[in-house]
Design a protein around this ligand. Sequence first.
Ligand code: IMP
Length: 203
Amino acid sequence: MDIVLATRNVKKAQELQRILGDTSFRILTLDSFPDCPEVIEDKDSFEGNALKKATTVAKHTGLVAIADDSGLEVDALDGRPGVISAYYAGMEASDAENIAKLLFELKGVPAEKRTARFVCCIAIAFPDGQKETFFGYVYGKIAEEPKGRSGFGYDPIFYPLGQEKTFAEMSADQKDSISHRKQALLKLKNYLRKYLNKQRDNT
Ligand code: IMP
């Protein structure tokens, strides 16, 4: 059975492929569907955006589609930047500008109140309209200043709970092993395994 990953982000597609690699699905990307419409992520929740992307691609391709949406929620900022994490400091903002805005807003907030979490929602949509979502979280604290050069986004200012290193000071494998994306993906993988077994039992 074919599954389309509803992303043009090569790194994301590779990570999804790595984790789903040992299931018996053939993983395609949007590169195989250049006419697929671009989806505007305008929903006010991670789930809304992930579902919108997955259902649009399932409808267009007639195949099972998987999409994700993720971001950072900071408690002292009432959950911001949330769904606008990618462009918190403006539509064209760089990671460094988004980080600078967040740190400015947290100026003077003491360590114990700098709690935050990364959230990832993965949606799967079937051409017949059936759909499911899976969430992964990683809890931690926002640093006083950026540390480390790996990763992307808010990695240099995020200390996962119980760790002395920010995500950006960790190796990719170290981060992947505890990331919100990995946890959501493992739930998806479990769901796909059961789905496949059911299909087999029915044939
Ligand atoms: P999207 O899921 O590609 O829409 O990502 C939204 C934004 O959330 C990214 O551009 C980053 O700013 C932030 N984000 C999501 N996951 C991570 C992560 O693992 N590390 C750092 N930033 C992240």
